[in-house]
Ligand binder design. Sequence first.
Ligand code: NDP
Length: 331
Amino acid sequence: SRQIQLVSRPAGVPTVDNFELVTVELPPLADGEFLVRNEWMSVDPYMRGRMKEGKSYVPPFEIGKPLEGGCIGKVVESRHECFSVGDYVLGNSGWREYWISNGNSVTKVDPEVAPIQSYLGVLGMTGFTAWVGLKRIANLQSGNTVFVSAASGAVGSVACQIAKAYHCRVIGSAGSDEKILWLREKANVDEVIHYKETDDLSAALGSLAPDGIDIYFDNVGGEHLEAAIEHMNDFGCCVECGMISTYNATEPPAAPRNLFKVIAKRIRMQGFIVRDHFADHDEFLRDMSAWIRSGQIDWEESVTEGLDHAPEAFIGLFHGSNLGKALVRIG
Ligand code: NDP
């Protein structure tokens, strides 16, 4: 079975040299185990954090070991009473063709309900992240003005549309013409900022939100966060979901330079980790299925073909290569 291993820890933006495609032999199945052939895997910005040494909320990837991450595969051999050949499963053993499981932390997915790869995106971890951030952290209310950064990405695109479903005024920021068009036409956001073509992000946000913003859904940190604080209304909320602009930084970032305004404006700033909220997962699935059925949530996938190209798909996240969920189809 082929797998991608981490061979060195990236300094700054990762390169393909940090990864290696390796072929390994898998042991025969024991009783109570089953063999999965992966069809899809997810690449996610948080994986960059696991490539660093040191303690965080998940342990670092080990050098010379396969990487891990969300994946969807088919059971091709089974000695387990609850998993049969032909079942589709969601697991955390991405970055490889085959894996053996005893069923722990693996859930079945129904290919009749939705395309299987959507369990890695809109119906999976990234969709759930958008839902938790807005419904559990921000306490989203109809009529709020909501600013979303990385707005056309996996989490951001869903956050924008959940906010629209709650009749909010949504301002989305993204980094290409194609993404801006998608946000306007498909996600129906009210205002957009092409941040790469904007000299003064804060001024741009201010002109689009003359009455201020109530919620900032932060995927980016840095200058986006500074602009959001600048235009936040009193008692507003910064939902700290991610800070991708800092993940490859070799120096501590300068922005936000206006953090003291959190006090004067009584801003609530709260970070969260989606996996703390699994008790709410069924409610999320009910909401999301209803929004998809009613046409209120649309989604995109940026698919890279072949396990051997997974490192490029991952690195592309930091160059804005993806619209919607970045996925790898394992051929
Ligand atoms: P995305 O699909 O949004 O992909 C990353 C996008 O970020 C890129 O396409 C790019 O879009 C944008 N980006 C990259 N570098 C920069 C930069 N320097 N400045 C501004 N934008 C940048 O990824 P996800 O939706 O999977 O993740 C979004 C965020 O949510 C990440 O920060 C991630 O860490 C976080 N997250 C947090 C979770 C939690 O539990 N707290 C769970 C899941 C994700 P563009 O072209 O617009 O620049």
